[in-house]
Ligand binder design. Structure first.
Ligand code: FES
Length: 106
């Protein structure tokens, strides 16, 4: 299992052990953590799984796909640290990852 910390907009932290092979989005949804809606179920078609991730972790996660980049361009709550959590595969290299949720998903 890979420990990921999800931080709600109000600062509430949730430490979750997420199974490798799933996504950062699924880790939150499966544990009932509020703040990630994931309306499209992980198809990279809604941008309601947006999270903010510090630059050091962005380097570990790797580049956005063209599709993820395109979806983030339409997200009102985007920004340089924004990522779509459904597009981040969980593996051992993400041990200790911290993601922050926006005030609301668009
Ligand atoms: S769940 Fe829809 S884009 Fe991630």
């Amino acid at each position: 299992m890979v420990q990921i910390t999800y931080i709600e907009h109000d600062g509430t932290e949730h430490r979750v052990d997420v199974a490798p092979g799933t996504s950062v989005m699924k880790g939150a949804v499966n544990d009932g953590i509020p703040g990630i809606d994931a309306d499209c179920g992980g198809a990279c078609a809604c941008a309601t799984c947006l999270v903010y991730i510090e630059p050091a972790w962005q380097a570990v996660i790797g580049q956005k796909s063209v599709l993820e980049e395109a979806m983030l361009e339409f997200a009102e709550n985007g920004g340089p640290t924004a990522r779509l959590s459904c597009q981040i595969d969980v593996s051992d290299v993400l041990e200790g990852l911290v993601v922050k949720m926006p005030q609301r998903q668009m």
